[in-house]
Design a protein around this ligand. Sequence first.
Ligand SMILES: [Zn+2]
Length: 427
Amino acid sequence: MKTTIRVKLSVLLMLLIWVNTLHGQTTIYLKPARVFDGEKIYENYGVLVKDNKIERVGAQADIEKSLGKDTKTIVYKNGTLLPGLIEGHTHLFLHPYNETPWDDQVLKEARSYRTARAVTHAERTLKAGFTTARDLGTEGAEFDDVGLKRAINEGIIPGPRLLIATKALVATGSYAPKGFSSEIDVPQGAEEADGHDDLIKKVRNQIGKGADLIKIYADYRWGLRGEAAPTFSLDEIKLIVETAKSAGRPTVAHASTAEGMRRAIMGGVETIEHGDNGTPEIWKLMVEKNVYLCPTLAAGDAIMQYRGWAKGSGPDPDRIQKKKEAFKEILASGVKICMGGDVGVFAHGDNAREIEMLVEYGMKPIDALKAATSTNADAFHLEKQVGRIKTGLLADILVVKGNPTENIKAIRDIRLVMKDGKTIVEK
Ligand SMILES: [Zn+2]
């Protein structure tokens, strides 16, 4: 008898939980003026969100024919709905160099302090509409991005879904901080590794600790006159890429010299970061090998301003002029452009700066938005999760006021940020 009651009670309890879950399943109908689906813009389109997924996207007239009674409708007059933006190049463990020089951040800031900052940086990134971010190295903060990512995933702190590089790899002697007495071994902003066994071990260790990708510095400013020069040999890069790839991780490269870029491309990396001194031959090679370029325009722009350039008054400095000319060449060459500003050099939350600069340097606004959504998703192997407004993808959604395909500044006028179906910002 007792057992029967117990069984009945437990069945009742299960039923209650089930009914509750049903009620928790809310469907939201977002009705903006237009939808940018990651590739094209559609007037009078709407989006249905159910739980954490995009249930439907289509003409408002069609969607409204079959709206359920308990569907919550939110209208955004003159609003544009887009996929949650994807930051392609950030360093959540860095803050602007005009606040504290990079060397001092690496050498004088405790990791606990850097983590405290990283937590606020993650929140600002998300609230700026960037629901996903690729963090390309902790710059001396060891594996602390692993814990940060976990805390975000578990909902302990708000932040974008992260792809992390952990420590990143540099050739011995090539990186920084530099300029200390040769008797002192100064902690570096990335992990030194060289040669066959050492590279394999360190790549595997980074993967084991939680790296989603391997980042290498294919060149750095260690040339005879302090200029950038290649670091790893082609064979070393091939080995890194092969080791990472067999564990399902892509390799990406910081590179700004033509030779550093060439080795990185031939070695099999998937994205090149910066690429300042690429040549027409290099762009051609990138197109052939389907390597993406993340030009990080905003970082160069910020650094020149930190060095005293008063932007907007007088002619552009040489470096900026060169970068602008090169960017036109790059656009014409057909290299796929990813959107990543090297955030940390400038303030987290100001991520849209790179999107604006892509436009300033000659990209059409819709192409810059594409770079920040579908192109980045494709480049980072996230196309089955985010980067488009498409049935079945995660409900990472941004709504802004105005039309950013006409005026890119509208990307900052945020009305809604939704990540994984959860509302983060609502105005
Ligand atoms: Zn960087």
